[in-house]
Design a protein around this ligand. Structure first.
Ligand code: ADP
Ligand code: MG
Length: 689
C-alpha cells in the first residue's frame, strides 16, 4: 500500500479538524507529508559568543536564562516580556511581544539556543522575539515549513517525523541506477530523511539536490512527451498568404523581427498537418500586437474567425480600439466581448460570434465561457500568456476544431528555461524594438533623495505627463497591512507634493472592477500620479506616462522591475525609472545596478536567476506550469543536468516504455495529473504509463 493512500489522520494528534488545516496545505495523506518539503532551515550549529555579537546580524547564541521573565503591559493593551540571558562572555536582553507563554517556556537557570536579529538600543544589544530551542548536538539544522493559520512549525515537525517513520524499509527509487551514478545523486530514502531532518548542512544540500534533480527530470520528460505527442491533425490550412497587404496598410514598417514572427506563423498555418502551436516572446514594447493583427487578418481572409484573449478588461478594451483603427479601411468585423458588458450586450455579441458575423473577437475570459460559441474558429490567440494557466489557453483552442494557437508573452525567460516552460510550444523571439525608441533612463537612489525625485515627478506632470509610483511593500508581521500602507502613502503625497494634482490609488484589496476603473481613468489622463501597491497591470499602454518610481526596489525580482519599467517609455517622450532603496543587503546594489545598466529583458532575466538564488523566480507562479514541490528554476546547473538526463533516457527509450523507467512514468503521470486536478494545466493523457 502506498503512503499516498494512508490519510493524514493516521498520524498521532491529527484529528478531522486539524486534518482540514493540513489539507489546506495540500497534505491529505502520509505520502503528501513526506513530500511536503521544508521551505527553509534554521542552522543552530553556528553559535556566537555574546561578547562577539554585531548589531543588525542574525545570530545564534547558546546561553542561560539569567533572570525570571518580566511581563509588562505596554500601550495599546499589548504585552511585553523581558528577560536577560548570559553566557561566559556577557549578558543579552531579550524582548517578546504578545506572548504570554514565554514565562512558562523559558525557565530561569536553564540553557537554550536563541536565534534572532541583534539590534542595538540605548541600553545595549538586544534580540526581539528570537526563536529558541533546546537541542541535542545531533539536531543542529531544523526544518521550517510553510504554515497556515492554526498550524505551527512544531506540529509540522512532529507530523513529518512520524510520516518518515512509516516509510518502508526498502524504497523503490524512481531514478535508474545509471542516472544516480552518473550524476552522483543520493538514494531516495536518504534524500527523504535528510531533506526534513538533515544530520548536517552537507546532508541537507545533498538531499535537496537529489530531489530537485528528480523533479526537474520528471517535468522535463513530461513536457517533451507532450510536445511530441499532443499534436492533433488539423483540417485548417490557410494556403493563401494575405499578410503582405495588411502590413502595407500599417502606418509604420514592421521590424525584421516582427516580419520573421509573421512568416513563422503563416508557415505554421499553411504547411503542417498539425495546427500552429507557437509562442511569440518579445520584450515589452516590441510590437507583438501588430504581429498578432496580421495573423488575425490572414485568418479572416482565409475564411475563418480569430479570437484574441487578454488577461484584463482594460487590455481587451485597448486591443479592441487598436484593432478597430487598424482595420478601419477593411471589411473585417471586430467584436468585443468582456465580462463587464451588460447581459444584453454580451448576448448580442455572442449571437454575432455564433452566426459568423464577427470576424475577429477580442475579449477577456468571457471568450472561454461555455456560452461563447464560434462559427468557424481558425486561430486562437492569448496575450500575456503568463497571466493565464495553460488550461485557459487550451480551453480557448477547444472552441474550434483544432484551431491554430498563438500565445504572446513579454515575460523574458532565460533561454535555458524556455524549453521547460514552453516545452509544448515552438518559439519565435522578437529581439528588436521598433526604431526611434529611446531607452528608459534608470536611476538608483536612497530615500534621502526621495523628495528631489518627487519634485522631478511633479515637473513631469506640469509638462502634461503622468507618473506611476509603486509604493513601499509591507512585509508580513510588520504590523501594518497593505491597504493601510498604500492609503497612508498616497495620503502623504496628496497632502504634500501632489496636493494640487489628481492622485489615484490601486491596491491588491480592490475589486477587479474598481481596479479597472482606476486604470481606465489613468489611461484617460484623469489621474496624473498613480500610486500602486501591486504590480501595475501588464501590457497597458499609457504612452503619456514617463516616470516609474519604485519604492523598496530591493524587494522585487529584477524581472518584475523590468516589467514595471516597461510601463513607461512607450511613447515619444523621454522616460525614467527611479528605483528607491536604502537596503544595504549584499547584492542589492549589484542587482539594481543591472537595471541601470541595461534595458535588455533577457540579460536581466539571466542576471535575476543568477543573483536571486532560491525563490520563486516568476513571482506569483505566472507561468501556468505545474506547481513544483521542491525545485525552482533558479538552479540552472541542476536544470541543465536534468535536461541532459531527459535526453539520455529518451534516447534509450523514446516512449519511456522500458521497464526500468516504470516508476518514472508513474511520477510523470502523478505530476501532471495533480496539475490537472489543480486546474492549471491541460491534460497529458497521451503519456503512456
Ligand atoms: P508589446 O509587444 O509590448 O505588446 P505593442 O504591440 O503594444 O507592444 O507595441 C508598442 C507600441 O509600438 C505600440 O504603440 C505600437 O503601435 C508601436 N509599434 C509596433 N510596431 C512598430 C513598428 N514596427 N514601428 C513603429 N512602431 C511600432
Ligand atoms: Mg502587448
Amino acid at each position: 500500500m502506498s503512503l499516498y493512500d494512508i490519510p493524514i489522520t493516521k498520524l498521532s494528534g491529527i484529528g478531522e479538524k486539524r486534518a482540514a488545516l493540513f489539507r489546506k496545505l495540500g497534505i491529505g495523506s502520509v505520502g503528501d507529508m513526506v513530500t511536503y518539503y521544508p521551505r527553509s532551515y534554521e542552522n543552530w550549529s553556528d553559535t556566537t559568543d555574546i561578547a562577539d555579537l554585531l548589531p543588525d546580524t542574525t545570530c545564534v547564541v547558546k546561553a542561560r536564562v539569567a533572570t525570571p521573565v518580566n511581563n509588562v503591559r505596554i500601550s495599546g493593551g499589548r504585552m511585553m516580556a523581558r528577560v536577560s540571558i548570559c553566557d561566559d562572555t556577557g549578558y543579552l536582553n531579550l524582548v517578546f511581544f504578545n506572548n504570554k507563554y514565554i514565562s512558562s517556556m523559558l525557565l530561569y537557570g536553564e540553557t537554550y539556543l536563541f536565534m534572532g536579529k541583534v539590534t542595538r538600543d540605548r541600553y545595549g544589544f538586544q534580540m526581539v522575539s528570537p526563536a529558541f530551542n533546546k537541542l541535542s548536538d545531533s539536531e543542529t539544522v531544523t526544518p521550517v515549513y510553510h504554515l497556515t493559520a492554526g498550524l505551527n512549525n512544531h506540529m509540522m515537525i512532529r507530523a513529518a517525523r512520524e510520516a518518515l517513520s512509516m516509510l518502508p524499509e526498502v524504497i523503490h527509487d524512481p531514478l535508474p541506477y545509471d542516472i544516480l551514478h552518473r550524476y552522483d545523486l543520493c538514494p531516495l530514502s536518504y534524500a527523504l530523511n535528510n531533506v526534513h531532518f538533515p544530520s548536517d548542512l552537507a546532508a541537507m544540500y545533498k538531499a535537496r539536490h537529489r530531489l530537485i534533480f528528480e523533479e526537474l527530470l520528471v517535468l522535463n520528460l513530461g513536457m517533451r512527451m507532450m510536445k511530441s505527442q499532443s499534436r492533433e491533425q488539423t483540417a485548417i490550412h490557410m494556403t493563401e498568404d494575405y499578410t503582405a497587404q495588411f502590413i502595407d496598410s500599417l502606418p509604420y514598417q514592421l521590424t525584421c523581427a516582427q516580419q520573421r514572427a509573421v512568416s513563422d506563423c503563416v508557415r505554421d498555418m499553411r504547411d503542417k498537418p498539425s495546427p500552429m502551436n507557437r509562442l511569440i516572446q518579445g520584450d515589452v514594447g516590441s510590437g507583438k500586437t501588430a504581429v498578432c493583427a496580421a495573423v488575425c487578418y490572414h485568418t479572416v481572409k482565409n475564411g475563418y474567425q480569430a479570437a484574441f484573449m487578454a488577461p484584463t478588461e482594460i487590455l481587451a478594451q485597448q486591443h479592441f480600439e487598436t484593432f478597430s483603427k487598424m482595420f478601419s479601411d477593411t471589411d473585417v468585423r471586430i467584436e468585443l466581448l468582456t465580462g463587464s458588458m451588460t447581459a444584453a450586450e454580451k448576448r448580442k455579441a455572442r449571437e454575432r460570434i455564433e452566426s459568423g458575423e464577427s470576424d475577429i473577437v477580442i475579449g477577456t475570459h468571457a471568450l472561454v465561457s461555455e456560452s461563447t460559441v464560434f462559427a468557424r474558429l481558425g486561430c486562437a490567440i492569448t496575450d500575456e500568456q503568463h497571466r493565464f494557466g495553460v488550461a485557459q489557453r487550451a480551453r480557448l483552442a477547444s472552441k474550434g476544431e483544432h484551431p491554430h494557437v498563438l500565445v504572446l508573452s513579454a515575460t523574458p525567460i532565460p533561454r535555458t528555461l524556455g524549453l521547460i516552460i514552453y516545452g509544448d510550444l515552438d518559439i519565435t523571439i522578437i529581439d528588436e524594438l521598433p526604431p526611434g525608441r529611446t531607452e528608459v533612463d534608470t536611476f538608483f537612489i536612497g530615500t534621502d533623495k526621495r523628495d528631489r525625485a518627487l519634485n522631478f515627478l511633479k515637473k513631469q506632470v506640469d509638462e502634461g505627463r503622468q507618473c506611476y509610483i509603486v509604493c513601499p511593500l509591507v512585509e508580513e508581521g510588520e504590523g501594518v497591512d497593505e491597504l493601510q500602507n498604500a492609503n497612508d502613502y498616497a495620503a502623504e503625497l496628496m497632502l504634500g507634493v501632489f496636493r494640487d494634482y489628481p492622485v489615484g490609488i490601486l491596491h491588491g484589496k480592490m475589486k477587479p472592477k474598481d481596479k479597472e476603473r482606476v486604470m481606465a481613468q489613468f489611461a484617460a489622463n484623469e489621474i496624473s500620479v498613480l500610486v500602486s501597491t501591486t504590480v501595475v497591470e501588464v501590457g497597458v499602454d499609457v504612452r503619456n506616462a514617463t516616470v516609474m518610481m519604485i519604492e523598496n526596489a530591493e524587494r522585487f525580482g529584477l524581472s518584475t522591475l523590468h516589467q514595471l519599467r516597461g510601463r513607461v517609455g512607450r511613447g515619444a517622450y523621454k522616460s525614467y525609472c527611479i528605483l528607491v532603496s536604502d537596503n544595504q543587503g549584499e547584492n542589492t546594489e549589484q542587482r539594481l545596478s543591472v537595471m541601470c545598466r541595461t534595458n535588455n529583458g533577457f540579460e536581466i532575466a539571466d542576471m535575476d536567476l543568477k543573483l536571486r538564488g532560491p525563490g520563486d523566480f516568476f513571482g506569483n507562479r505566472q507561468h501556468g506550469l505545474p506547481q513544483l514541490d521542491i525545485a525552482d528554476f533558479s538552479d540552472t546547473e541542476t536544470l541543465a543536468q536534468s535536461q541532459e538526463a531527459a535526453e539520455y533516457l529518451l534516447s534509450i527509450s523514446p516512449d519511456l516504455s522500458n521497464d526500468a523507467l516504470k516508476p518514472l512514468r508513474a511520477k510523470i503521470r502523478r505530476l501532471f495529473e495533480l496539475v490537472r486536478h489543480r486546474r492549471c494545466f491541460f491534460s497529458l493523457s497521451k503519456v503512456s504509463a
